[in-house]
Design a protein around this ligand. Structure first.
Ligand code: SF4
Length: 332
């Protein structure tokens, strides 16, 4: 089911029913995890029939999974036989899941395996929620954090992603704190601005990956639509409206964006902003020409010396192609 709590309340009001029935439905779906509307026993039969009639109530399934050290990658089959992937990661501080938001991706980042398949369609809200539900069911435990960084550009599926956030964040939904949820974008400027006004304290990550337009143009086609200066202006607007630090994602590509000059240029671009840089060791694949940079620590040291917070992302799942930029919605 795709509705957030407010939409569901409005739906019941439009039927001359009490608003609280929306909470009852949420409880059935997300607390009792009941899949059959017939079993929503505190709703009368006519209402259950109406719900069945009015809502798409479909399921995705786990087609297969692979495990690696502290990581488990899931391949999900959607009801139209498309496929997406999600990754469960075990951290010291709890379990996090990286979910997909689209089948394929139109952004075409050159280093990204996920984007090699053009977008087939956006995921519906319930297809994102169910990635979490199925993983929790599989591990018989709750997850603590969500990142929307799998296959797809979340802001290219903005409305469904925001709906997803409202459902997973709601106490009678999955109850995951907004500050434990991160949405990543490659820099869709109008949507960053829209996100700045969102009434949820969800974290934002910007996949920047280059300190200037010349390099960014070579690896991220979106940069021909929105320049770094436009993207950074949108980030500044976000920071002015929200008291939350933005993560700057920067994948370290050998001889592409890993020079000392790039580090200094990045530092000057980010100077004075409430951001931190997450340096991502590149996961080499057989299909793409990029190589992993061996200069990550030197690069990080320059950023730190220049007063920019920076960390190196822990490497997860390279052995099972579950790492960042390696997810593909292929049938395997
Ligand atoms: S990095 Fe993200 S936005 Fe870029 S092609 Fe891959 S999935 Fe799409």
């Amino acid at each position: 089911m795709d509705m957030n709590i407010v939409e569901l309340e409005n739906y019941f009001v439009s039927l001359n029913e009490k608003k609280f029935k929306a909470l009852q439905v949420f409880e059935w779906l997300y607390i009792h995890r009941e899949k059959d509307i017939n079993n929503f026993s505190n709703l009368k039969k006519e209402l259950r029939d109406k719900l069945k009639n009015d809502f798409k109530y479909d399921f995705i399934t786990i087609k297969k999974y692979e495990t690696g050290k502290d990581v488990k990658k899931y391949l999900f089959e959607l009801s139209d036989h498309n496929y997406v992937e999600a990754v469960l990661m075990y951290h010291d501080y709890g379990k996090s899941v990286c979910i997909s938001s689209q089948v394929g991706c139109n952004m075409g980042c050159k280093f990204c395996e996920s984007g090699r398949l053009k977008k087939v369609r956006n995921l519906e809200t319930y297809e994102m929620v169910e990635q979490i539900l199925l993983i929790e069911e599989d591990i018989k435990d709750r997850i603590q954090r969500i990142v929307i960084m799998g296959i797809g550009e979340p802001f290219d599926n903005y409305d469904n992603v925001i709906n997803f956030l409202r459902i997973v964040n709601h106490p009678k939904g999955l109850g995951i704190g907004a500050r434990h949820i991160t949405v990543s974008t490659c820099g869709l400027v109008p949507k960053i601005k829209e996100f700045s006004d969102l009434d949820l304290q969800v974290n934002l990550a910007l996949s920047l990956h280059a300190p200037n337009d010349t390099i960014r143009n070579k690896i991220m086609p979106i940069s021909k639509v929105y320049t770094i200066s436009q993207v950074m202006d949108a980030i500044k607007e976000y920071l002015a409206k929200n008291n939350r630090r933005v993560t700057i994602e920067y994948v370290m590509l050998n001889m592409v964006n890993d020079s000392d000059e790039c580090a200094y240029e990045l530092a000057s671009l980010l100077k004075g902003l409430n951001v931190y840089v997450n340096l991502i060791p590149y996961n080499e694949t057989n299909n793409l020409d990029f190589k992993k940079s061996q200069r990550i620590n030197e690069f990080k040291d320059i950023l730190l010396k220049m007063g920019i917070n920076a960390t190196v992302r822990r490497e997860f799942g390279g052995s099972i192609s579950a790492a960042c930029g390696q997810l593909r919605s292929k049938e395997v």
